[in-house]
Design a binder for this molecule. Structure first.
Ligand SMILES: NC(=O)c1ccc[n+]([C@@H]2O[C@H](COP(=O)([O-])OP(=O)(O)OC[C@H]3O[C@@H](n4cnc5c(N)ncnc54)[C@H](OP(=O)(O)O)[C@@H]3O)[C@@H](O)[C@H]2O)c1
Length: 261
């Protein structure tokens, strides 16, 4: 029996073979939910399913969510495999780093598909299915750069703000239809992606990777990067009946990184 009352909940977690999505899938499985995962390749999905299976009932299939047809088909497959849908946890792949000057137009077009259109395609398919659940909810994962932009992440700085707009819009439209919509805003979470961002900063500044990781940790009041499962616990709460009056919330999980009030 899980702690959050998620036993038997059927949840699609996108971009979840590694990193934050994977940490969320782990927590949900430990809490008794049935989880459908995805990544871009059959190999990565099968490997993740094999590793996650001891925790609970996990299924999945490959889908590149920056592609409309693949994103939409993913939701349909998840619904069929799970036999329903109670939760959608939207995580997307990391965008290409870079300043505005460094990014070209095709980077922007791809960024729009990866960071915002994917959320719209997946939500449009999932909403009628979540409505049937009677206890359905959506959690969008974004990034602390929405609140405090970072120099080398122009795509994320600009496009994730639109996901917050989508979530606030849907929380008002879908509340009356019995679907809650919330956002979790990760700060610095220790994943392959975070190490890659730190390597990039090291290369630009001439510092070592260790120096960059130490400096970054010192900016966080709790003095360390977060772990993917620490995001998962908050997502589990938001999906659960314990969060039955939480709707339209935007919740940072960042060790206190964000300074804004
Ligand atoms: N880590 C942080 O500190 C941090 C902070 C704030 C926000 N974020 C954001 O959170 C998200 C996850 O970051 P992460 O650190 O967990 O990254 P990660 O460790 O690189 O993992 C990315 C995951 O996304 C999947 N993926 C990538 N592109 C995809 C696509 N087009 N379609 C479907 N799945 C895709 C990957 O699976 P395959 O390789 O199998 O395709 C993998 O499972 C990113 O959007 C990132 O920008 C991260």
């Amino acid at each position: 029996m899980g702690r959050f009352g998620l036993d038997g909940f059927k949840v699609l977690v996108t971009a979840s073979t590694r990193g934050i999505g994977r940490g969320i899938a782990e927590v949900l499985l430990e809490e008794g939910a049935e989880v459908y995962i995805c990544g871009r390749t059959r190999e990565s999905v099968e490997k993740a399913i094999a590793e996650l299976s001891p925790l609970g009932k996990v299924r999945g299939s490959p889908a590149d969510i920056s592609n409309k047809d693949e994103a939409e088909a993913l939701v349909e497959r998840a619904y069929e495999a799970l036999g329903g849908l109670d939760g959608l946890v939207y995580v997307t792949g990391p965008p290409k780093p870079g300043t505005f000057a460094e990014l070209n137009l095709s980077d922007w077009e791809y960024g729009v598909r990866l960071l915002i259109l994917s959320a719209i395609w997946i939500s449009r398919k999932a909403i009628p299915l979540l409505e049937k659940s009677g206890r359905g909810s959506i959690v969008y994962l974004t990034s602390s750069v929405v609140k405090e932009p970072l120099p080398n992440l122009a795509l994320s700085n600009v496009l994730r703000a639109a996901v917050h707009g989508l979530a606030k819009t849907l929380s008002r439209e879908l509340g009356p239809r019995g679907i809650r919509v919330n956002v979790v805003v990760p700060g610095k979470i220790l994943t392959e992606r975070a190490v890659q961002v730190a390597k990039d900063m090291a290369a630009r500044s001439g510092k070592s990777l260790e120096e960059v990781l130490k400096e970054t940790s010192s900016e966080i009041p709790l003095g360390r990067y977060g772990l993917p499962k620490e995001i998962g616990y908050v997502v589990a709460f938001l999906l659960s009946p314990m969060a039955s009056y939480v709707n339209g919330a935007i919740i940072p999980v960042d060790g206190g990184l964000l300074r804004s009030i």
